[in-house]
Write a protein that binds this ligand. Sequence first.
Ligand code: ATP
Length: 463
Amino acid sequence: MTKQTIQETLKPIVALAKRRGFIYPGSEIYGGFANTYSFGPYGAELKKNIKDLWWRNFVRERRDMVGLDGPILLHPKAWKASGHLDGFNDAMIDCKACKSRFRCDHLIEDELRQSADGLTLQEMTHLVHSNKVKCPKCGAQDFTEARNFNLMFSTHMSKTGSEGDLAYLRPETAQAIFLDFKNIIDTMRVRVPFGVGQIGKAFRNEITPGNFVFRVIEFEQMEIEYFIRESAWEQTFEDWLSAMHRWCDLIGLKKAHVHEKEHPKEQLSHYSKRTVDLVYDFPFGTSELYGLAYRTDFDLKRHAEFSASNLEYTDPETREKFIPHVIEPTFGVERTVLALLCDAYEEEKLPNGEMRTVLHFKPSIAPVKVAVFPLMKKEPLAEKAEGIFRMLQKHWACEYDESGAIGKRYRRQDELGTPFCLTIDFETLENGTVTLRDRDSMQQERISIHQIIPIVTHKLGSL
Ligand code: ATP
């Protein structure tokens, strides 16, 4: 798909995601709850495939990695130590006329077409006021001063409801890994360099969320904290950048749509000495998909200081003690889903002039691998088809569909991105063969029932 056609595809993708049970708006029966979404049955399968593949690729198949499932609620002091309580802010600004709230940097970028990176609150306020920026919602030119807004969601831990009882929903999964660093080095036979991978929910009270599931207030991260000696950081950074590109290939994102964006020094987060984003050509513009940061020894040092714990690692051979440095590759699950939907979506004109909508998912991440159709609902075709379905279900996520014309059933599976459809017809009863139809080429071949599992296994593995 060219960039031009990608630009035009978000609306139909949102519609397909709803229509076909991938993604529903959150709390819809109550009129919706802004920027929350449910992943429907196929979205849940897609997400699970992404997370399973990530875990297998980055945790199970590597000898230098272990996994963790840490808590969402951490000791409130952890957020003081990490710098999130004081520094995890966005600048916001309100329209006095219609009371709409905006992220000030986005307002400046969208309305004045200039970057707000590195500007102070005063500088941003001055730019908005002196350029008489119009409110994108109501057109008034009457904004408040820009002020900081902390992105962490807070919650109360006890019935008193006092400030002292505040706890925070984690805005990133990373901190749980730092808090368990000591447990991991004490209980696992890990040796620097090693990494800890984690998949879990994170929450951010984003001021201007949007663009479907690109920016939501509750999302999942797949994060790695990779512990190294300081001297190894540059090489390790490059190695992880390559590993992240390989991951994009593995899930089937087209290389031409994924780019690197280096953060200028003056815009780095408080903990980072180098950050490179992998950005993707989303329909609404090229934006961050994943991030790679060199967090130095900032987090472990701060937690050691604030918790008064010894977070040093001892080299088993030299007995040298040191606090490791950290390289952090981070991957958002929702942004992965969105990029995959955008990359896979096609409205294809067929040689007979008909149109079909198809999701060209890589089979390994497709929510359904094989759909089984009896040509007709009636016996003995249905019984035969059900037997084949039950056999295949033990191997893959499969779907059984017996209603409507075969052509319609193919179209339905194309929209879900199902790579293979099997049709059971009268010939099946005579000679034990079925039709195997390929989603992308739409070619059909007749294969024997005994060949289904080896042939589909082979095709799934080689695609
Ligand atoms: P942005 O600049 O877009 O706000 P960020 O730089 O704050 O993103 P990180 O803190 O690096 O993002 O978060 C790591 C990853 O988590 C991102 O690369 C992205 O995939 C995902 N992510 C971050 N914020 C959100 C969000 N609000 N909704 C969905 N995914 C998110």
